[in-house]
Design a protein around this ligand. Structure first.
Ligand SMILES: Nc1nc2c(ncn2[C@@H]2O[C@H](COP(=O)(O)OP(=O)(O)OP(=O)(O)O)[C@@H](O)[C@H]2O)c(=O)[nH]1
Ligand SMILES: [Mg+2]
Length: 418
């Protein structure tokens, strides 16, 4: 099934806790600190893979949690780092966070780190200094990051094949590439876009065949409109026309109708270069039809997708034109570059119960503190003071005894001596 939108929940692994330990050996009563650092938590990494064509699997399995790092241990043993969690997506996947594009994976194996694994906490051996030769300080691992990624797939194709239903678009794709789309003698055979790689004199281009377009497609009639965004990135279009027309419409009327839809849907697509091909010229009626079409448009490629007539000429033109045209950037994505929001180290808010401090730097710092050791707690207080939290709290009107919340921890505010 072709699914082009999905929402996934990602969470990187927490770093392993650092260890608090002292070297113990017979006849060596004052062995130094030897608590090792924790290992790094796993990151969540996304990779574009040309074998995939749908976001269906991600829609079905929307939770991605990387493993935590292992804790450090005595004897300076460093905890094992966790491996990264890899999410594979089709080429053309766009990743958004709260509406802003943060990645656009347009090439095979292109990689983006969506959430960094937490750093391993330092063991007490790391806090040894000339002033403190036996520190009872160790950090816990840094928490992982957690957020919701909105994914959208916009197929990456160089050439789009558009036209009325039943014009022979899928037939054409099936004869010029190895793709095997469904072909049948009724409209709306193609329900989702098909991709095929077309080789020509040592060069190759990706062609996309989308469902047929009819009047009202831009308002959701038929299926074509919904898939138009998959040809937004193409360099040019083959506008394929059934020489016998469609229902009451002759070939030229279907041509006009499709172009009108494109204009309504997106000027960006309507302005794309179109190479016009009149199909099914193996049928007797096509001779007249070609003549009358040429009264409106001179440059037309008469072809038969079934007999292969005219296809070489058509491809020669497509490859020639495509070499001239620069790759297309999506307006939507260009208009919304990612600006990493400036986030202060912390923010103090007054709440009903007291005060709340937010900001990753501080919440991580608290989360990484080993509260069972007074020395670790003293270190935390020193850092909080040095980054100005104490002052900010008192500026916000905090008085001795007020409750201060940081993440899931609660403290009582006491003014430290200067
Ligand atoms: N005689 C003749 N028939 C053709 C030719 N090309 C396609 N057909 C027939 O036209 C019918 C429609 O072909 P498709 O390739 O399914 O058409 P489509 O444009 O993909 O149609 P939708 O997916 O419904 O939009 C099929 O019965 C094909 O066999 C051709 O060159 N000559
Ligand atoms: Mg088709």
């Amino acid at each position: 099934m072709f699914i082009d939108k999905a929402q996934i929940f990602i969470k990187s692994g927490k770093g392993g806790d650092g260890c608090l330990s002292f070297h113990r050996e017979k006849f060596k009563p004052y062995g130094g600190p030897d608590g090792g650092n924790g290992g790094r938590g796993g990151s969540v990494v996304m990779i574009a893979d040309y074998n995939l064509t749908t976001l269906l699997d991600l829609r079905k399995n929307p939770h991605y949690t990387a493993k935590n790092g292992e804790q450090g241990s005595g004897n300076n043993c460093v905890g094992k780092s966790a491996g990264d969690l890899i999410i594979k997506v089709p080429i053309g996947t766009i990743v958004r966070r709260e509406g802003s594009v943060i990645a656009d994976l347009t090439k095979n194996n292109q990689t983006v780190i969506l959430a960094n694994g937490g750093r391993g906490g330092r063991g007490n051996a790391s806090f040894k200094s000339s002033r403190n030769t036996a520190p009872r300080i160790n950090e816990k691992g840094q928490p992982g990051e957690e957020w919701v990624a909105e994914l959208e797939l916009k197929l990456i194709a160089d050439v789009g094949i558009i036209g009325y239903p039943n014009a022979g678009k899928s037939t054409l794709l099936s004869v010029i590439s190895a793709a095997k789309p469904k072909v049948a003698d009724y409209p709306f055979t193609t329900l989702v876009p098909n991709l095929g790689v077309v080789g020509f004199h040592g060069k190759s281009l990706v062609f996309a065949d989308i469902p047929g377009l009819i009047e009202g497609a831009h308002q959701g009639k038929g299926l074509g409109g919904e898939f138009l965004r998959h040809i937004e990135r193409t360099k040019l279009l083959i506008h394929l026309i059934d020489s016998c027309g469609y229902g009451q419409k002759d070939a030229y009327a279907t041509f006009l109708a499709v172009n009108k839809e494109l204009e309504q849907y997106s000027p960006q697509i309507a302005f794309k270069k179109q190479i016009i091909a009149l199909n099914k010229i193996d049928l007797p009626d096509s001779v007249e039809s070609l003549k009358s079409f040429k009264r409106h448009r001179k440059k037309v490629f008469p072809i038969s997708a079934v007999t292969g007539k005219g296809i070489k000429e058509l491809l020669a033109e497509v490859f020639k034109e495509s070499a001239r045209i620069k790759p297309v950037l999506i307006q939507d994505d260009v208009a919304k570059p990612v600006y990493y929001k400036y986030t202060p180290a912390f923010e103090v808010h007054k709440s009903e119960e007291g005060f709340v401090i937010t900001g990753r730097k501080v919440t991580d710092l608290v989360e990484m503190t080993n509260f069972s050791e007074q020395e670790s707690v003293d270190r935390l207080q020193k850092i909080l003071k040095s980054i100005g939290i104490e002052k900010s709290l008192s500026d916000h009107g905090a008085v001795h005894g007020d409750i201060v919340k940081v993440g899931k921890y609660e403290f009582t505010y006491e003014k430290l001596s200067k």
